[in-house]
Design a protein around this ligand. Structure first.
Ligand code: ATP
Ligand code: MG
Length: 378
C-alpha cells in the first residue's frame, strides 16, 4: 500500500472504545454473558474464541445492530449503548466502519460506486466523493480499479474494496468480523499483513474478530480470549501465549500438551509450582506459574510440543524435569519430526528438529526445563 495512507486525508484522531458488563442472552447460557474490555485509541484488539462463543454478537452490539440487554458501550466520550438509561444510538450515528466475512459488495455497482456509497448516503459533494474514493482505493492498492464491476475481482481484491468502503468516510472505529476467512491460506496471510498496516497507517481503533489463533497472534496489539459468552483472558499475544491463565486459553492460542496433577508446593516466591503427576509411578514436575496456588489444588502443566528433549536414557537429558515414556509414532515432517509419546495416561505431542534415533515401541525419557512450561488451572 502506498505512502498516501499517511496523509492527513486518511489520518484522524482515533477514539478509544469501552465495553462494560455487556449482556445479550439468547438463552441462559448462550450469547454474551457479561463482557468488559477497553480498546485504546489506535489499538487493534482481537476477539478470539471458538465458534459460538459470542464474538459476532459482541461486535454487533458495538455496531448497534443488536440491542444489548445490559451494560454500557462508549466510543470516545460518547455513550452509544446503555440499556439501563434507555440509551441506544442508531448504527449509522456511531461513526463505525464494518467489514464482514462475506464482502457484502453490491454486485450491480462498480468498485468506485461501492466504495463511495457511504459518502453518497451522507450527501458528500460528488467531486469530493471522487477524490476520497480514489484515495481509499490507493490506500488498499487498487488504483485504477474504480470502473470495474465489483464481481469481476478476486476474493482478495473484493475484500480490499470492502476495507476501502469501511474506511472511506473516516470512521472513529473499525470493526472486522472474520474478514479473511473466505480467502485461501496464502492470501489470508498476505491480507492480514495488509489489514494491520492499513490500521496502523490510518491510526484507527479496530476490533478484529477471528477464531484463527495465528491470525490473532500476528495482527493484534492485544487479544481478548472468549469462551461461552465470557472472557477468559485479555493480554498481548505474548502474554496469552506464554502466560495463559488456564488450560482453555493455553490450548486455544497454540499447540499444547497438558500434564495434570495436584500442586505440591510453590517455590521462588510463588513463581514456580511443583506438581505431582502420575507417570509410571508418582513424579514431580516443576514449572513457572503466574498464579497463586494452594497445595493440593488441581493443576495442569502446559508444555508446547517444541519444548521437549527426548533421550534413550534419563541421564542423557539436560533438562530439570524428566519423565519416562514409550514412543507411539514418529513422523518425519521435513523440517522436524513429530513424535507421539505415551507418558502415564497422557499422550504427548513432541516435535524435534534433530533425529534422536528413537522409533515406535522404544522406551524413552522426555524432559523439559522449568522455564519452558507453565502451570495453569485445569
Ligand atoms: N439471533 C440469534 N438467536 C438465537 N441465538 C443466537 C442468535 N445469534 C447468535 N446466537 C447464539 O449465540 C451464541 C453466540 O453467537 P455468535 O454468532 O456471537 O458466535 P461467534 O463467536 O461469532 O461464532 P462463529 O465463530 O461461529 O462466528 C451462539 O451460541 C449462537 O448460537
Ligand atoms: Mg461469528
Amino acid at each position: 500500500m502506498s505512502a498516501e495512507t499517511n496523509s492527513s486525508e486518511s489520518r484522524r484522531p482515533a477514539a478509544p472504545l469501552r465495553v462494560r458488563d455487556l449482556e445479550l442472552r439468547y438463552t441462559a447460557e448462550s450469547g454474551v454473558l457479561g463482557v468488559s474490555f477497553d480498546v485504546a485509541a489506535g489499538e487493534l484488539l482481537s476477539l478470539l474464541g471458538p465458534s459460538g462463543c459470542g464474538k459476532t454478537t459482541t461486535l454487533r452490539c458495538i455496531a448497534g445492530i443488536e440491542d444489548p440487554e445490559a451494560g454500557e458501550i462508549a466510543i470516545g466520550d460518547t455513550v452509544v449503548s446503555a440499556p439501563a438509561k434507555g440509551v441506544q444510538v442508531a448504527p449509522d450515528k456511531r461513526d463505525i466502519g464494518m467489514v464482514f466475512q462475506s464482502y457484502a459488495l453490491w454486485p450491480h455497482m462498480t468498485v468506485a460506486d461501492n466504495v463511495g456509497y457511504p459518502l453518497a448516503v451522507r450527501r458528500v459533494p460528488k467531486h469530493e466523493v471522487r477524490d476520497r474514493v480514489a484515495g481509499a482505493l490507493a490506500m488498499v492498492g487498487l488504483d485504477g480499479y474504480g470502473t470495474r464491476a465489483a464481481p469481476m475481482l478476486s476474493g482478495g481484491q473484493q475484500q480490499r474494496v470492502a476495507l476501502a468502503r469501511a474506511l472511506v468516510y473516516r470512521p472513529k472505529l473499525l470493526l472486522l468480523d472474520e474478514p479473511l476467512s473466505n480467502l485461501d491460506a496464502a492470501l489470508r496471510e498476505q491480507m492480514r499483513g495488509e489489514v494491520r498496516r492499513l490500521q496502523q497507517d490510518t491510526g484507527i481503533t479496530a476490533v478484529y474478530v477471528t477464531h484463527d489463533q495465528s491470525e490473532a497472534m500476528a495482527i493484534s496489539d492485544r487479544i481478548v480470549v472468549m469462551n461461552q459468552g465470557r472472557i477468559e483472558q485479555v493480554g498481548t499475544p505474548t502474554e496469552v501465549f506464554h502466560k495463559p491463565v488456564n488450560r482453555f486459553v493455553a490450548g486455544l492460542v497454540g499447540p499444547a500438551n497438558f500434564l495434570t496433577g495436584v500442586v505440591g508446593e510453590t517455590t521462588d516466591a510463588g513463581a514456580t509450582a511443583v506438581v505431582r503427576i502420575d507417570a509410571d509411578g508418582p513424579r514431580r514436575v516443576a514449572s513457572r506459574t503466574a498464579q497463586d496456588w494452594t497445595p493440593g489444588a488441581e493443576a495442569a502443566v502446559c508444555v508446547r510440543p517444541n519444548q521437549f528433549a527426548v533421550a534413550a536414557a534419563e541421564d542423557a537429558l539436560p533438562t530439570a524435569n524428566r519423565l519416562p515414556g514409550v514412543v507411539q509414532t514418529a513422523v518425519n515432517m521435513g523440517l522436524h519430526t513429530e513424535y507421539r509419546v505415551q507418558v502415564g495416561a497422557t499422550r504427548l505431542l513432541i516435535t524435534l528438529r534433530d533425529d534422536v534415533g528413537v522409533g515406535p515401541g522404544d522406551r524413552v525419557w522426555v524432559g523439559f526445563d522449568v522455564g519452558r512450561a507453565t502451570c495453569v488451572r485445569p
